[in-house]
Design a binder for this molecule. Structure first.
Ligand code: ADP
Length: 297
């Protein structure tokens, strides 16, 4: 196992319990950490990259104890935070060169070679002379991942990878990470966007209010929602009452009324037909339904 997290807790000063007894086994490859805003994803990421200490618990990263061997862990880690910022005075290639120097690449010739190669890999070679602050949103994100990858880390942690990217850049970014993950690397993608996970990750966890509520493959998660997604045809007047009863995933105009997709164990009072679930449905089912059931146990 690449990363083993045991009994991890984080209580912020002021009392906010952001992580509650988190246990996770993360293998090599792409791992998705999915959860709504406030779930505790960034807290977990910041602990994993040794920027913050947990209140209790242990983390083993590729055989290193995170609490005792922070320096060793940092050397094998690459991190792209959510609010990644550049120094405006650097050109694209200068910024990457700076990041490479920071990560201990001291040989000027080898460093230049590594920087040029990385600029090629992320598709920024042609704009290497442009000031980093002047790059498009998607290009900045790619420069962000380039700085995280430049020292060939074993573990890469990316927080909210596609926020603010247009669909084309999103796909490009995901593909770039998939390619990297083929090299015996562990990539953790933390996101609240279901689409970031479904297309790329072979294993995932769901985090909600600081607790892990699901671990498995996206396919496993889908299975939980089978038979729980319904298509209901309703009139315009019924939309409001259906919305109060069931979580609505999609609302499509149909004739004079609506065709809505909802997730629920069963539908009472409407004519409903089963609908094949996708990961978005499964996610909503978990958040809206299963968690409530569990807390009622
Ligand atoms: P996510 O990344 O999933 O949106 P966060 O890890 O940022 O979640 O936050 C988890 C919880 O911890 C939230 O309730 C948030 O308000 C709280 N929190 C985050 N950072 C701090 C902090 N520095 N001090 C106090 N509370 C915090």
């Amino acid at each position: 196992m690449s990363i083993t997290i045991k009994g991890l807790n984080k209580v912020y000063p002021g009392g906010r319990h952001a992580l509650k007894d988190v246990d996770l086994e993360i293998p090599t490859g792409m791992f998705g950490l999915l959860g709504p805003n406030g779930a505790g994803k960034s807290t977990l990421m910041r602990i994993l990259v040794a920027l913050m200490e947990p209140t209790s618990g242990s983390v083993d990263i590729c055989g290193y104890d995170l609490m005792k061997q922070r320096k060793e862990v940092r050397a094998i880690l690459g991190y792209l935070p959510q609010d990644f910022r550049f120094f405006a005075k650097y050109k694209t290639y200068e910024f990457l060169d700076y990041a490479a120097r920071l990560s201990g690449m001291n040989n000027t010739r080898l460093r230049k070679q590594a920087v040029d190669e990385m600029l090629e890999n992320v598709g920024l070679f042609d704009v290497r002379e442009r000031y980093a602050g002047k790059l498009s949103g998607g290009m900045k994100r790619r420069l962000g991942i380039a700085q995280a990858l430049i020292h060939h880390p074993k573990v890469i942690i990316v927080d909210e990878p596609t926020t603010g990217l247009d669909p084309e850049e999103r796909i490009r970014f995901r593909n770039l990470l998939s390619t990297v993950s083929e090299n015996d690397t562990t990539i953790i993608l933390s996101t609240h966007i279901v689409g970031d996970i479904s297309s790329t990750c072979n294993k995932m966890a769901l985090l909600n209010q600081g607790e892990v509520s699901f671990v498995g493959s996206p396919q496993d998660m889908l299975k939980h929602a089978e038979g729980k997604v319904w298509r209901i045809k309703i009139t315009g007047d019924q939309l409001h009452e259906v919305d109060k009863k069931y979580p609505i995933i999609a609302t499509i105009p149909s004739g004079t009324g609506w065709e809505v997709q909802v997730v629920a164990d069963e539908i009472v009072g409407y004519e409903a037909e089963p609908f094949p679930p996708n990961l978005e449905h499964a996610y909503v089912y978990y958040m809206e339904n299963k968690l409530n059931l569990w807390t009622n146990d």
